[in-house]
Design a protein around this ligand. Structure first.
Ligand code: PSU
Ligand code: MN
Length: 303
């Protein structure tokens, strides 16, 4: 795979220094401009403050970029034609010289190829509500089952069918590790009501688990589930009405496929008068904070 590394990421790789992978679909399709750019720059500076090289991943004019310049981040945040590229579309995107943002599945694939083993996002994709009719299940789940790394998220997005998402992760052999919780988080809210069996509280123990996972021949990711900070939580029962309105609207307009998740997030943003956007930003930064601390621990182990 041909990868264009930013200078800080290249130096970090050469020195086995800590690196955190970040995705770009959350920027291009998860938040509006300019909030998305403010978030993306905040994410990068948080990593730097913690001594970790931020590796935001995107495809720019057919080139895989790991670590973006300020101009490239602005392009991803501002340009309306930026595509949404999942893992199976990487080859096509490159051969057609696309400019696009990477989802959880494609970011995981590229990060792994680049030799980066910790990645933080907002919330993973999963089993959509009504999947028994639409069969809409995010490729993120399959990528998690196949690519060994640590992925930090605030659970799965609340727009999804969370119990089915957790069941499918178990079927696919993806361990879900609660960070200071035994309840799978529901993105905007701290609990989904779905219990977890694995819980750890220290980055050091999380990394020990990851290396034990690898050493014992397992090849899935570990999904590190980190609840949104309490002051920014929106309770699930408060969100439910907005989510239902958004899903109904999508149904009526025939929105489906890769447009569905960005559409629902946008509708919910409008329904909650921007409150969901603030929570989304806070939970993603909270995941980046934890991801950076985990990446620091990973870098202490010989590769
Ligand atoms: N987390 C967020 N906002 C987002 C996403 C994650 O806070 O927009 C993105 C990720 O890129 C994830 C995608 O892979 O949403 C899921 O899309 P889909 O449901 O089409 O697989
Ligand atoms: Mn889908």
């Amino acid at each position: 795979m041909n990868i264009k590394f930013s200078k800080p990421v290249k130096i970090a790789l050469e020195n086995s220094a800590p690196i955190l992978a970040l995705e770009s679909t959350i920027i291009a399709h998860g938040m509006p401009y300019p909030d998305n750019l403010i978030f993306a720059e905040g994410a990068e500076s948080l990593c730097k403050k913690l001594g970790v090289a931020p590796a935001t991943i995107a495809i720019i004019k057919g080139e895989i970029c790991v670590g973006l310049s300020k101009n490239q981040l602005t392009l991803i945040a501002k340009n309306k034609n930026v595509k949404k590229i999942a893992r199976h579309e990487i080859g096509f995107a490159i051969s057609q010289k696309w400019t696009g943002a990477t989802t959880v599945s494609s970011t995981m694939h590229i990060a792994k190829q680049a030799g980066i083993s910790v990645f933080a996002t907002g919330g993973i994709g999963g089993v959509h509500r009504g999947s028994e009719y639409s069969f809409d299940v995010s490729q993120d789940l399959i990528a998690l089952s196949q690519i060994p790394m640590i992925v930090v998220s605030a659970g799965a997005k609340a727009i999804l069918d969370i119990p089915k998402t957790v069941e499918l992760l178990e079927t696919l052999g993806v361990p879900i590790l609660g960070y200071k919780t035994k309840n799978f988080p529901a993105f905007y809210s701290r609990v989904s009501g779905v219990s977890l069996t694995l819980e750890l509280k220290k980055p050091q123990d999380i990394v020990a688990f990851y290396f034990s996972h690898l050493k014992n021949g397992l090849s899935s990711a570990i999904l590190l589930a980190n609840p949104v900070p309490k002051p920014n939580e929106i309770l699930a029962k408060k969100m439910e009405d907005s989510i239902n309105v958004a899903i109904e609207k999508a149904k009526n307009l025939g929105v489906k496929g890769k447009q569905l998740t960005p559409f629902l997030l946008e509708q919910i943003r409008n329904e909650t008068k921007g409150k969901s956007l603030k929570t989304n930003r806070v939970l993603a930064l909270n995941n980046i904070n934890l991801g950076a601390r985990v990446a620091l621990e990973v870098s202490k182990k010989p590769r």
